[in-house]
Design a protein around this ligand. Structure first.
Ligand code: ADP
Ligand code: MG
Length: 846
């Protein structure tokens, strides 16, 4: 039965209430609280039972037909919500807003929160290393404003980008945004890409929140950014009913302050996950993350994806790393103390917009406990951070929160003895009651002489005196016992005295639970007052944690402090690729990369598998490490501040968007060429490989020439087109290098060593042999190669010599052929003429 088929006059009052509430939440799955369960009705029930594999039942609500229904217990609702939200549903939580016992008529109910993919705040699904962003996008026709927030940590950022859809998608992907809020559904192309290609949830909301949270944007001048914030907040606060009081002030991100990388580069360089398995293991962040706190781990990722451009700021980070490594003992103490700190940022998020329990407050307490120690260490390190130790808050939590609380907050056992007199009194009554029961049992045993009599308690019948069937006759009228329950072999009774005490004890129990809950909420409110300050502290701890982690990296991996320059000079001596060095079983061969200001491009040749791609990645990774404030894997490094990195490495088909390798390749190349400045770094790895030889070679050469003439930025360009290497003679800013390989007979040994000059051999067949290709094929290929080489030598094939100016076209034989062919009219030709023609054509193609 469907919701719109219901006769509202016939259904029960509670169902009528459901119908009214559901009308405002058409889009969402409505979790309707009924006692200990959340129930879903009608279509919602059917969807939930299917998606969660729950039994679909029915409810009689005054109608002829039963209403489809499916329910989940309220105490274990989280995983269900998580699962649905992950599948792209939104969930509206409808709670009972008054105590069912005190309600007159139907219990008041209302939706207290809506949860969607971008606003899950305290669920297991959140990974501690990652931020989880929801992003509002405003389209101003000439720019996009992106406002993105992590509800779980309370950070909110505003970013302005050019009006370029590709950039927008790129940005949303590299931020790993889970949900995007658009004003309308007009841009169906964008919606389609985000939703279908990348699984990003799309929601629509056009209004702005005007009357609240204005202090978040106090210092923001740009009205468009303000609008962006109000747009996102309207969705969060009005549509999803979230308490956002833990949000920080808006952080305006200016891309110009950071080294920019697009999402391809981030992937190609395997900064945060590997290309193939998409796992953190073996990524750069995996290698460098030695942080002890969740805040630190997330911040390190943030630093890695936003390396700095300010020499002064980077050097500040280096200085701190140096201090930490000089103060070995303080560093270790700092890290040991940080290890005691929980995810304060997310605890703060939970306190305002999630459901917290006493365990969370204990985590907060334990985190605060080490702050005085950390404060002393910072003082000794002379780092100049001001750190608050929250003594009052710590004392409150220490005094109030019971050490071993249950998960829920409605079962009591939250508050310690000695915190509240009223609570202690109630507890005394309760335990007094329990003492009474013990002595009461002894007393009536004596009085009645019934030896195996027992006094017990159960939830349904309360306290009772249990007497076995055989001894029931011993019970005398004068006791005034009343029968409460009959079991198979015993009877249970209640006496007037027991009844009186029962009332007192049960009353106390109930009051204790209510009072503990009330006290807990009061304490939570006190903590809430400190939230913004707590978050600043969390941020500072995160930063200390990252610096300590970078210091450990420097020691552990033998990194050196680089010098930085703004003069376009690059000099890396004995550089290494830190991840490969760590993971590979082979000894890593260190390589220099030297490009004075007059050299912009290294043109790299060398056999397959010799280490070209690794060498290129290595440079980019060293630059990123340097600019994020980390020491670098080299003997010595002097690095020019880079503004953007572009890469085209490896043949990774963009399977999702269904574009071919070559198209992807050209897109990425175009993106680099159109956006690079003289301060950028471009890595083009075997560009043009995805198409036919001459096409590819021509494009590669043209692109290389363009970069050398027009952009003049640092570029590593690897190629297997040896013909291109002659460009070195034409452009003084291009230099040939090659990766050396040792050829001994049929065998080849890769030295992985970069040397000056070009190679003229590609050793493809050697590599095939290494790959254990059958001998028959290897031998045949060698024969064919010799044939080609001889032919090339004898004919000096002009067409292969695309060396320099391929734009100056030489008379082209192929075209003569074509002209001739065009003039043939096959229908008006004699066999003899045809034969002659064929001969002529054959002569032409020499
Ligand atoms: P290419 O791009 O020339 O085909 P790669 O860069 O993919 O070669 O490297 C091929 C293999 O050689 C990889 O397995 C890599 O780990 C290893 N390798 C590359 N450079 C080095 C080096 N400098 N020292 C040690 N091993 C290396
Ligand atoms: Mg390669």
């Amino acid at each position: 039965m469907k919701r719109n088929e219901v006769d509202l006059n016939k259904i029960s009052p509670m169902m009528r209430q459901y119908m009214e509430i559901k009308d405002s939440y058409e889009e969402e799955l409505l979790f309707f609280r009924l006692g200990d369960f959340y129930e879903l009705f009608f279509e919602d029930g059917i969807i939930a039972s299917r998606e969660l594999e729950l039994t679909l039942t029915g409810k009689n609500a005054g109608l002829d037909e039963r209403i489809p229904m499916c329910g989940v217990p309220f105490h274990s609702v989280k995983p269900y919500i998580e699962k649905l939200v992950n599948k792209g549903y939104k969930v509206a939580i409808c709670e009972q807003l008054e105590d069912a016992k005190e309600a007159k008529g139907v219990v008041k109910r209302g939706v207290i929160e809506v949860i969607s993919k971008g606003t899950i705040a305290d669920y297991e699904m959140l990974k501690e290393h990652d931020n989880s962003y929801i992003c509002g996008v405003l389209d101003f026709n000439y720019i996009y404003i992106l406002t993105y927030a992590d509800i779980s940590t309370g950070t909110i950022n505003s970013l302005t980008i050019n009006h370029d859809k590709e950039k927008l998608v790129n940005e949303l992907l590299s931020l790993n945004v889970k949900e995007v809020i658009l004003k309308d559904n007009l841009d169906s192309e964008l919606i389609n890409i985000l939703k279908n290609n990348y699984g990003i949830e799309i929601s629509f909301s056009s209004e702005l929140l005007e009357d609240r949270y204005n202090d978040l944007t106090e210092s923001v001048n740009d009205v468009r950014c303000k609008m962006g914030v109000k747009h996102l907040l309207y969705y969060l606060v009005v549509k999803e009913l979230k308490d956002m009081s833990h949000l920080d002030k808006v952080n305006i991100i200016d891309k110009e302050d950071y080294l920019q990388m697009d999402v391809h580069t981030i992937r190609n360089l395997e900064l945060v996950e590997t290309l193939r398995l998409k796992e953190r293991t073996y990524s750069l962040i995996w290698l460098l993350d030695k942080t002890k706190t969740a805040m630190g781990s997330r911040l390190l990722k943030d630093w890695m994806l936003k390396p700095l451009k300010s020499l002064a700021k980077i050097n500040e980070r280096y200085d701190k790393i140096e201090i930490l490594n000089n103060e070995f003992i303080l560093k270790e103490e700092l890290r040991n103390n940080l290890a005691e700190v929980y995810d304060i940022e997310r605890l703060c998020g939970k306190i305002t917009c999630g459901s917290i329990g006493a365990r969370d407050l204990l985590q907060l307490k334990n985190s605060l406990k080490v702050l005085p120690l950390i404060k002393n260490i910072i003082k000794d390190l002379k780092f100049g951070y001001e750190i608050d130790t929250f003594d009052d808050l710590y004392n409150l939590l220490e005094k109030a929160i019971y050490e071993n609380p249950p998960v829920g907050i409605k079962e009591g056992y939250l508050i310690k003895d000695g915190y509240s007199d009223e609570l202690d009194e109630l507890k005394a009554i309760r335990s007094g009651g329990k003492d009474f029961i013990a002595s009461f049992e002894k007393e009536i045993k004596e009085q009645t002489n019934i030896k195996n009599l027992k006094v017990g308690y159960n939830r349904v019948f309360g306290y009772y005196i249990e007497v076995s069937k055989g001894q029931v006759s011993e019970i005398k009228e004068e006791y005034h016992w009343e029968r409460r329950q009959t079991l198979a072999n015993c009877e249970r009774y209640i006496s007037p005295l027991l009844k009186e005490k029962e009332a007192l004890i049960l009353n106390a129990e109930e009051k204790i639970i209510d009072l503990e809950y009330k006290l807990f909420i009061e304490i939570k409110e006190v903590v809430k007052k400190d939230i913004l300050k707590l978050k600043q502290t969390a941020l500072m701890l995160g930063e200390l944690d990252v610096l300590a982690s970078l210091a450990v990296d420097a020691e552990e991996y033998g990194l050196v402090r680089p010098s930085l320059n703004n003069e376009n000079k690059l000099e890396i001596i004995d550089g290494r690729h830190p991840v490969i060095e760590k993971v590979s079983k082979e000894e890593y061969v260190a390589n220099d990369c030297v490009m004075p200001s007059n050299i912009n491009t290294l043109l790299i040749t060398g056999p397959n598998m010799s280490g070209k791609s690794t060498y290129m990645r290595q440079l980019a990774i060293i630059v990123i490490m340097a600019q994020l404030g980390c020491f670098v894997p080299a003997k010595k490094a002097n690095i020019p501040i880079i503004d953007k990195i572009f890469t085209r490495i490896g043949a990774s088909d963009d399977l999702v968007s269904g574009e071919s390798t070559f198209m992807v390749e050209m897109n990425e190349a175009r993106n680099a060429i159109c956006n690079a400045t003289k301060d950028s770094l471009i890595l083009f790895d075997e560009l043009g490989r995805g198409t036919a030889t001459y096409d590819g070679m021509s494009l590669a050469q043209a692109i290389l020439e363009y970069i050398s003439k027009n952009i003049k930025c640092k570029t590593l360009f690897s190629t297997h087109y040896h013909e291109i290497t002659s460009l070195e003679r034409k452009f003084t800013n291009i230099k040939n290098v090659h990766v050396a390989a040792l050829e001994e007979g049929n065998k080849i040994t890769f030295l992985h060593k970069i040397k000056n000059g070009a190679v003229d051999k590609s050793y493809g067949i050697h590599v095939a042999r290494l790959a254990k290709m059958p001998d028959e094929i290897i031998n045949k290929a060698s024969e064919i190669l010799v044939g080609y080489e001889n032919a090339a030598r004898s004919k000096k094939i002009e067409k292969v010599q695309l060396t320099m100016d391929f734009e100056e076209d030489k008379p082209n034989i192929k075209d003569d052929l074509r002209d001739k062919l065009k003039n043939i009219d096959p229908l008006n030709i004699t066999p003899i003429e045809a034969l002659n023609l064929m001969y002529e054509l054959k002569q032409l193609d020499k």
